[in-house]
Design a protein around this ligand. Structure first.
Ligand code: MTE
Ligand code: MO
Length: 408
């Protein structure tokens, strides 16, 4: 609960931060943040986590402050569209400039393009506009649940959100400069940079075929509003189906490449072992014998109506949540109340498109004592979640079926 005192404190801290030139401030409410942590994240996380307040955002679970890494509490994931002010925030670099709409320029070119040009925000908005509802999920969502634990931001369930994105097709932007037939990848850079540390600049590329997909866009609107600063104002890349790492925020350059993009963030970061996950979309120009870039999200689901350990009344209980995948679409969500011996189909809610969160709900009769529910989503190509963690050193692609126990 946010009390008036907390709001005043937040306002005061904000003013102090503004005075000292800091861009954001946090409200120390350690207990309430710890109570929102996903069960299973390393015990040490509780000692540093707090409900942090970035300008324009509700209090979110602050796992790091510089660079800002803020997770969405599951309460805000009860709708298939995540509100902008509750949407998670993930950065690798601490120097995040406030990009001005008027002076913003997007440079498009590269050695794989026939020409080069610069687009203003107005230019982008004059292009044919498209909308796509798509899940943005960090590759490392649920990393904190890895056993054994692995290094990195110890995300619980909330390093994800779903929004209606509006913008220009990347394909239309690339058509303006024309791609050479030698072009193999399209690379993005954002306006953010390393502060004083030696972190390499965050540059990401995707294969040309994914860049030319009609669903891949450069978005300037999120749920009918300009992008929030911390989600990439004034424009960001949207790569529906693929994990958030490619969704470049504050994108200021788009380059067509004739050779694979190098750099830390392409290799060794954001890679998965070859052959370990049931992945269809391959990023061949970046693949080597042992590792390949992470691409599409694996099928997954989350209970958002209840937390593990919640108390319920004996009798009818409605449990609800979300399911999503890499863009094949959700076929079914099944729930087991007997430890996986039998499964019952949940009722699916509105379909906002194959890249969107699919809401579901399930009614069951709670008996006195402990009631354990396990959820498993299946997508339209028949892929399901795993019961055992597919361990990988970066903690990516965790889609272990979630179980919660409700006590009646
Ligand atoms: N400019 C910029 N864009 C970025 C990143 C970043 O560090 N800098 N991180 C990426 C990663 S890893 C993720 S998961 C998403 C998170 O998007 P969000 O902060 O809007 O939730 O942004 C992506 N785009
Ligand atoms: Mo990410």
């Amino acid at each position: 609960m946010i009390t008036r005192r907390h709001l005043l404190e937040a306002a005061g801290a904000g003013a102090a931060a503004a005075a000292t030139g800091m861009r954001f401030a946090t409200v120390a409410r350690a207990e309430s943040a710890a109570s929102r942590l996903t069960p299973g994240v390393p015990a040490g996380v509780a000692s540093y986590v707090q409900m942090g307040r970035l300008p324009g955002k509700r209090p979110l679970i602050q796992l790091a402050d510089r660079p800002p890494n803020y997770e969405t509490p599951i309460e805000y994931l009860r709708t298939p569209i995540t509100p902008n002010d509750a949407f998670f925030v993930r950065y690798h670099l601490s120097d995040i400039p406030e990009v001005k709409a008027e002076t913003y320029r997007l440079a498009v070119g590269g050695e794989g393009a026939n020409s080069a040009l610069e687009l203003s925000l107005e230019d982008l908005k004059k292009m044919p506009a498209v909308e796509v509802v798509a899940v943005n999920q960090c590759s490392g969502n649920r990393r904190g649940l890895s056993k054994p634990h692995v290094a990195g931001v110890e995300w619980g369930y909330g390093a994800m959100g779903c929004a209606r994105w509006k913008g220009a097709r990347l394909k239309d932007i690339l058509d303006k400069v024309g791609l050479k037939k030698e072009a193999i990848e399209i690379a993005f850079n954002g306006a953010d940079g390393p502060a004083v540390d030696k972190t390499p600049d965050f540059i990401k590329s995707i294969p040309v075929w994914k860049a030319m997909d009609e669903n891949t866009i450069v978005a300037y609107e999120m749920n009918g509003e300009p992008l929030p600063h911390f989600n990439g104002f004034p424009a960001r890349v949207i790569v529906p189906g693929w994990t958030g790492t490619y969704w470049m925020k504050h994108v200021i350059s788009i380059n067509a490449l004739t050779r694979p993009q190098g750099g830390f963030w392409m290799n060794p970061a954001y890679r998965i072992p070859v052959g370990k996950f049931p992945i269809r979309d391959r990023f061949i120009t970046q693949e080597n014998a042992t590792s390949t870039p992470i691409t599409e999200m694996v099928v997954n689901s989350l209970i958002t109506s209840h937390r593990d350990g919640d108390k319920v009344k004996v009798g009818k209980v409605v449990v609800s949540g979300l399911a999503w995948d890499g863009g094949y679409g959700i076929r079914s969500v099944d729930v087991s109340t007997d430890g996986g011996r039998s499964w019952t189909a949940a009722i699916l809610g509105p379909d906002l498109g194959r890249f969107a969160f699919r809401p579901w709900h399930f009614e069951f009769t709670a008996r006195r004592g402990r009631n354990t529910l396990t959820v498993n989503a299946t997508n339209k190509i028949g892929q399901t979640q795993t019961s055992e963690l597919i361990f990988n050193p970066a903690g990516y692609h965790n889609n272990v079926m979630q179980s919660i126990t409700l006590t009646a």
